[in-house]
Design a binder for this molecule. Structure first.
Ligand code: MG
Length: 335
């Protein structure tokens, strides 16, 4: 174990998993936390309450397709929606650096308010702290989110079953590459836009069509590769991805290639992995494609009983490649 916190312990990948399971899980251990899902589903009379928390440290604070304020709303709403819950209330804690222009703060808070209204949630409590110049970078936002789930819904990373299909609602890696290109001043023919979006409306449509959904998970830090590894471990199943089916926008693919990144490991903020029985997959894909956030929905893989707890990529030329969790931290402060 390292003696001081390293950047990759915040990556969403392997090092962060080791930190979380070795330290936080041991200190706080309880059945809800040990499920390792996007939010805790707390059972109450008449249904369940979903509860989550998140922090946002993205650099730059404004990027193509969003900003730290809208991202905070989307990320928190999505973690609630991933348990099949209807997001209702958020809290927001702001840590501001001395010298932050009020105009910038106003722009971000206004955008945050708009994102909350659009997602149908209320920001009902908040907190503000200011730290001396240099002790934080512009602003950080911490949120909590509360939602309600109907009784009996069983959606979580532990419910994937062999024979399930793996669906996604569009192209991969857009958010990570939008933030990275903005930060590094890289320009392409078209500006790469973040996919940051609230997914609760799309999830609601899916669940209106069928309750036969096993897993919903937003592939944020660590990307689809890391998220599917988490699910494979939680459910003790294998997952096979089909390379030719994985949707990546041409500019994102080009930027990734130039920087030596794999879009499977790059963060998304408006994508959901849907894992459900193959028999309902086609119908759910139709539902997803008729939603504005799901036009490019497709099936990217399958859950299998061979090779439990591992993820494989079936390549275009018929090869079989092991897809591990993210190692290292190629993209710090992406959300
Ligand atoms: Mg999540």
């Amino acid at each position: 174990m390292v003696k001081a916190i390293q950047l990759d312990q915040g990556s969403g990948g392997r090092a962060m998993h080791e930190l979380v399971s070795g330290l936080f899980m041991r200190a706080f251990a309880n059945e809800h936390l040990l499920e390792l899902n996007d939010s805790a589903l707390l059972h109450m009379e008449g249904g369940s309450m979903a509860l989550t928390t998140d922090s946002y440290v993205v650099d730059p604070v404004i990027f193509p397709g969003g900003d730290i304020g809208s991202l905070a709303v989307h990320g928190t709403v999505n973690d609630l929606a991933m348990r099949g819950a209807r997001p209702l209330y958020l809290t927001a804690g702001f840590i501001l650096e001395e010298g932050l222009p009020i105009e910038l703060l106003e722009r971000i808070v206004t955008s945050m308010g708009q994102a909350a209204r659009a997602a149908g949630v209320l920001i009902v409590a908040g907190d503000t702290k200011v730290v001396p110049r240099g002790k934080a970078d512009k602003l950080f936002i911490n949120t909590a989110g509360v939602g309600v789930a109907p009784p009996g819904l069983k959606i979580g990373g532990q419910y994937a079953r062999p024979g399930d299909a793996v669906l996604v609602n569009g192209t991969l890696g857009d958010h990570g590459m939008a933030v990275l290109c903005k930060r590094e001043g890289l320009t392409f023919e078209n500006e790469i836009m973040s996919d940051s979006a609230a997914l609760n409306g799309l999830v609601e449509e899916i669940l209106r069509y069928t309750k036969d959904v096993h897993v919903l998970r937003d592939p944020t830090r660590g990307g689809v590769a890391t998220t599917l590894n988490e699910i494979a471990r939680q459910s003790h199943v294998g997952i096979v991805l089909h390379e030719e089916a994985i949707p990546v926008a041409p500019d994102v693919a080009g930027a990734c290639e130039m920087l030596g990144l794999d879009p499977l490991y790059v963060a998304n903020e408006g994508k959901v992995l849907v894992i459900l029985p193959t028999g309902v997959a086609e119908g759910v894909l139709d539902v997803m494609r008729s939603h504005p956030l799901g036009r490019r929905s497709c099936r990217i893989g399958s859950v299998v009983d061979e090779e439990p707890e591992r993820v494989f990529l079936r390549t275009r030329i018929g090869g079989h490649r092991l897809i591990d969790m993210l190692r290292g931290e190629p993209l710090p402060r992406i959300c």
